[in-house]
Design a protein around this ligand. Structure first.
Ligand code: ADP
Length: 515
C-alpha cells in the first residue's frame, strides 16, 4: 500500500474510530448505569439513551412505580391515602428514591415528609387540577426549590379533592448519574488513547522503522562499512526507497570489493613483473660478468654465453610484449576487427599453418571437423589465431618428458555453438591449480621451477579474447596424462550482433574427448 494511502487511512481512522468506539462504549455504559439506577431505586421507568440529555427524566423516572401505585390507590382505595401510617411508610420508601411525599387537602398540607415550610410548598406545588393533567411526567418547578413534582388526585372526605404529591428535588445528582459522567469521560479518553496507540504502532512500523533502518545504513556507509543488508518489508514508497538503497549499497560494495581486488592484483602484477624481469636480468648480468672477467675463456664458451644472453633478452622482450598486449586488451585499447568467417575453412588453414611448425619439432597434430561445413562465426581472425597458438604452444611447452608429444584439435557443431576441443598428452595440471590458470601471472609451482620460460599471461590473454567474442573457455586436466581446453564460440545467425548478454551463453560443460 502506498504511503500516501496509508496516511489518508490513518487520518480517516483518527476521525472515525473514536466516534464509533466511543458511541458503542458509551451506549453500553449508559445501558448498564441506567439498569443500575432502575435496580437501586426500584424504578420501573424504561430508560433510553435519549434520557441522557434530560437529567430530569432520569430523576423523575425513579419514582414511576410509586406514582403508578398511588394512581391505583387513588382509584380503588383512596381512604388509604389519608392513613398517616401508610403515608409515613411510603415517604420512607421515597426517601430511598431521593424524593418526598406531600398530601394536600384543598391547598392545606395534611402530610409532608419534605423539609420545606408550608409557604414554600404552596409556591412549589402546582394546582391540583393542573398537576393531575401532567400525569407521570410530572412538572418541573423552578424558583427557590427546583424539583420535579408529580401529583395524583383522589377523592377525599365530603367529596372534596385531595392531592398526593411526589417531590423530587433537582439540586441533587444521583450518584449513578455522576458515575456515568465520569465513566463516559474515561471512555472518551480511553478510546482516544487506544486510537492514538494503534496509529502510533502502525505509523511506527510503516514509517519510523524503515527510516531508522535507512539512517543506520547511511551511518554504516559513512563509516565505510558496506557489509550489511537493508531488508525492504513494505511495498510502499519507503519500501522502494529501501530497495533502491540496498541496490546502491550492493553496487558500492561490489565496486569496493573490485577495487580491493584490483589493488591487490596491481601489487601482485608489479611484484611479478619485477620478479620475471629480474630473473633473466640476473642471468644476463652473470653471463656479462663471466665474459668481462674472462671466465668464458674459449671461443665456444664465449659463443654459448652470448647465445644465452640473447635468449634471456628475448625472454624479456617477449614478456614485455605480452604485458603490453595484455594491458592494451585489458583496457580495451585494441579494437577488434570482427568479421564473418567460415569455421571449417578458418580451422583448416590454421591447422595447416601450425602443423608446419610442429612437424619441424616432430610433434603429431591430429585434426577433425565434425558437422555443418558451412557454419560461420563472427570473430577477429588474428585474435582467434592468437588464442589457438597460445594453447598449442603451451601444449608444446608443458609436454611430458620422455613421451612423444601429441596434440589434437577437434571442432564440433553444437547448434548455436561451435565447440573447439584442444587436447594434449603433456604433464597435465594439478587439480588445485586448475581454477587459477587463467589468472594473469599465475604459473603452477611446477612450471615456475621448470626450465621452460613463461610469464603466466598467455592464458589470461586467451580468456580475455574469448570472452570479448562472447565465448567461453574452460579446462580439464589429469596430472601426468594431459590437458584439454574447451572453447565455445557463438555460431553466426542472420542479424546476430556480438553484444549479446552473457546470460544467453551456453553454460553446459563439455565432455572430455580424446583425439
Ligand atoms: P605461461 O607463460 O607460464 O605458460 P600461461 O598463462 O600460458 O603462462 O599458463 C599458465 C600456467 O598454466 C602455466 O604456467 C602452466 O603451469 C599451466 N599450463 C598451461 N597450459 C598447460 C598445458 N597444456 N599443460 C600443462 N600445464 C599447462
Amino acid at each position: 500500500m502506498k504511503l500516501r494511502t496509508k496516511l489518508k487511512i490513518a487520518f480517516v481512522i483518527m476521525a472515525i474510530m473514536p466516534v464509533i468506539l466511543g458511541a458503542i462504549a458509551i451506549g453500553i455504559i449508559v445501558k448498564i448505569e441506567m439498569n443500575r439506577i432502575r435496580d437501586i431505586y426500584g424504578s420501573t421507568h424504561d430508560y433510553k439513551l435519549s434520557d441522557l440529555y434530560s437529567p430530569s427524566a432520569i430523576l423523575g423516572g425513579i419514582t414511576d412505580d410509586v406514582y403508578e401505585d398511588l394512581q391505583m390507590l387513588a382509584e380503588k382505595q383512596p381512604q388509604q391515602l389519608t392513613d398517616t401510617g401508610y403515608l409515613t411508610s411510603l415517604s420512607n420508601d421515597l426517601t430511598s428514591k431521593l424524593s418526598y411525599l406531600v398530601v394536600r387537602e384543598e391547598n392545606n398540607v395534611m402530610f409532608s415528609s419534605a423539609p420545606y415550610s408550608e409557604t414554600d410548598l404552596a409556591e412549589l406545588l402546582p394546582d391540583g387540577e393542573l398537576a393531575q393533567k401532567l400525569g407521570n411526567a410530572g412538572v418541573y418547578k423552578g424558583g427557590k426549590y427546583q424539583a420535579i413534582v408529580k401529583a395524583v388526585r383522589f377523592a377525599g372526605r365530603d367529596g372534596r379533592y385531595n392531592e398526593v404529591y411526589i417531590v423530587t428535588p433537582m439540586r441533587q445528582i444521583i450518584p449513578q448519574f455522576r458515575n456515568l459522567i465520569t465513566e463516559v469521560l474515561l471512555i472518551i479518553i480511553g478510546v482516544l488513547a487506544l486510537t492514538s496507540f494503534i496509529l502510533y504502532i502502525w505509523i511506527n512500523r510503516s514509517i519510523i522503522r524503515p527510516i531508522d533502518r535507512l539512517r543506520l545504513g547511511t551511518q554504516n556507509i559513512r563509516d565505510g562499512n558496506l557489509d550489511f543488508e537493508i531488508k525492504a518489508r513494505s511495498k510502499d514508497e519507503l519500501g522502494d526507497l529501501c530497495r533502491d538503497f540496498e541496490e546502491m549499497r550492493g553496487r558500492l560494495n561490489k565496486s569496493e570489493q573490485e577495487k580491493i581486488k584490483s589493488d591487490a592484483e596491481e601489487k601482485e602484477l608489479i611484484r611479478n613483473i619485477s620478479h620475471d624481469l629480474k630473473t633473466p636480468l640476473t642471468a644476463v648480468k652473470g653471463y656479462v660478468e663471466g665474459l668481462r672477467d674472462g671466465i668464458a675463456d674459449t671461443p665456444e664458451k664465449q659463443h654459448r654465453y652470448v647465445l644465452t644472453i640473447a635468449n634471456k633478452v628475448e625472454d624479456m622482450d617477449r614478456l614485455i610484449d605480452e604485458l603490453t598486449l595484455f594491458s592494451r586488451l585489458d583496457t580495451n585499447r585494441i579494437p577488434y576487427d570482427f568479421v564473418k568467417i567460415n569455421v571449417k575453412n578458418y580451422f583448416d588453414d590454421c591447422v595447416d599453418e601450425i602443423n608446419l611448425d610442429l612437424e619441424a619439432q616432430n610433434i603429431k597434430l591430429g585434426y577433425a571437423f565434425h558437422g555443418d561445413e558451412t557454419m560461420e562465426t563472427m570473430a577477429d581472425p588474428n585474435q582467434l589465431k592468437r588464442v589457438i597458438n597460445n594453447i598449442v604452444s603451451n601444449s608444446v611447452k608443458y609436454r611430458q618428458p620422455g613421451r612423444d608429444c601429441e596434440i589434437g584439435i577437434e571442432v564440433f557443431d553444437e547448434g548455436d555453438y561451435i565447440h573447439v576441443v584442444m587436447s594434449d598428452n603433456g604433464k597435465g595440471i594439478n587439480y588445485k591449480d586448475l581454477p587459477r590458470i587463467f589468472d594473469r601471472f599465475y604459473r603452477t609451482d611446477e612450471s615456475r621451477t621448470s626450465p621452460q620460460s613463461g610469464s603466466g599471461i598467455g592464458l589470461a590473454i586467451v580468456k580475455k579474447i574469448v570472452e570479448d567474442h562472447k565465448g567461453r573457455i574452460w579446462v580439464e586436466s589429469v596430472e601426468g596424462e594431459g590437458t584439454t581446453f574447451h572453447l565455445n564460440l557463438l555460431r553466426y545467425r542472420e542479424g546476430m550482433r556480438l553484444s549479446l548478454p552473457d546470460s544467453q551463453m551456453n553454460t553446459r560443460q563439455g565432455k572430455r574427448r580424446k583425439t
